[in-house]
Design a protein around this ligand. Structure first.
Ligand code: ATP
Ligand code: MG
Ligand code: MG
Length: 309
């Protein structure tokens, strides 16, 4: 099975209003509530592709219970989340129906105690014994040490389980130094890490910091990968209009599946670009347009970048 880690799970609410105006009261035309957090999106996409997948991380309080109940309805996703004393955070997205613009409110998440973190490490090491690959996704909740991902990467390497990291800021910086198999920064995360806005230079620089492979996601421009086997650029057939939230999580889903199979890099990148472009077409994060995915698979352009590794 593939294991995804979401330390900072969330219950995501989306409110739609005809027009968002400061200081005004709004009539809500539609509201949805669903489990959120990057590793949960990755798991949902993998399950839809028919892959056995287990999710771990923390959930707590009434929001944690709601998250778990809804996760149980996601066929093919096994819940190995640990209880935390605090309440799972909520995120609120307010969509202005006139412009389509989204205003996002994110709670920081519950405080994780040292005892809860220690319990997580024990459970994670046990889950690694039956994992073919692991994806570490998203931000860290308060209380979890900033070097947490570095610790989880070292444990995966000791267990000989290939590991992918998708996070930002200091947890990314420290995580890379622990030598993960793959990191998947987006353009902003890569620029923050390396100080360079030139993707090729920044991708190379990130690889020198310790990651075996760096796959930078560049929005509608697709992916730029620097790997031990070479460097490639992979582009979608055309820019797609839709909802890009969660497109990066679909890149992670395809790359972690490729890690589990040890498939050739051009094949992994083709799947990652087709799946993420098909995710932009689906209105909610963690879902993709299956027909478009099949169609895009035959139309992704992968080109080798000589000397870029
Ligand atoms: P996330 O919100 O999931 O964290 P991200 O910022 O990490 O996303 P992006 O670089 O925005 O990731 O997008 C990931 C991938 O999705 C891109 O590399 C590309 O393959 C695909 N993608 C994103 N936007 C578009 C688009 N407009 N058209 C086609 N493909 C897209
Ligand atoms: Mg983005
Ligand atoms: Mg992302």
């Amino acid at each position: 099975m593939i294991l995804t880690v979401t330390l900072n799970t969330a219950l995501d609410f989306t409110y739609r209003v005809p027009r968002l105006t400061p200081h005004a009261s709004h009539r809500v035309t539609d509201v949805t509530e669903r489990p959120g957090g990057k590793g949960l999106n990755v798991a949902r996409v993998l399950a839809a592709l028919g892959r056995p997948v287990t999710v771990t991380g923390f959930a707590g309080g009434s929001t944690g219970a709601a998250l778990r109940a809804q996760l149980a309805e996601d066929i093919g996703v096994r819940d190995a989340l640990l209880d935390v004393a605090g309440r799972t955070r909520r995120t609120v997205a307010v969509v202005d129906e006139r412009t389509g613009d989204t205003t996002q409110l994110n709670e920081p998440g519950p405080l994780v105690s040292p005892a809860e973190w220690a319990r997580f490490l024990t459970s994670y090491e046990e889950l690694l014994t039956s994992a073919d690959a692991v994806a570490l996704c998203g931000s860290l909740p308060p209380g979890v040490p900033v070097g947490a991902y570095a610790r989880l990467i070292r444990a995966a390497r000791a267990a000989r389980v290939p590991v992918l990291l998708d996070t930002s800021g200091e947890p990314l910086r420290r995580g890379i130094a622990a030598r993960p198999d793959v990191v998947k920064p987006n353009a902003d995360e890569l620029a923050e890490l390396t100080g360079s806005h030139e993707p090729l230079r920044a991708t190379r620089d990130a690889r020198r910091r310790g990651a075996h492979a760096v796959v930078a996601s560049l929005g509608a421009d697709g992916l730029l990968a620097a790997t031990p086997d070479g460097a490639w650029q992979a582009a979608p057939p055309a820019a797609v209009r839709g909802n890009p939230t969660g497109a990066g999580d679909s890149v992670v889903a395809a790359l972690v599946a490729g890690l589990a199979e040890a498939s050739p890099w051009p094949r992994r990148l083709t799947h990652a670009v087709a799946l993420s472009a098909a995710t932009v077409l689906a209105p909610v994060a963690g879902e993709f347009d299956a027909a478009a995915y099949e169609e895009f698979l035959g139309r992704v352009a992968v080109t080798e970048r000589a000397g870029a590794a």
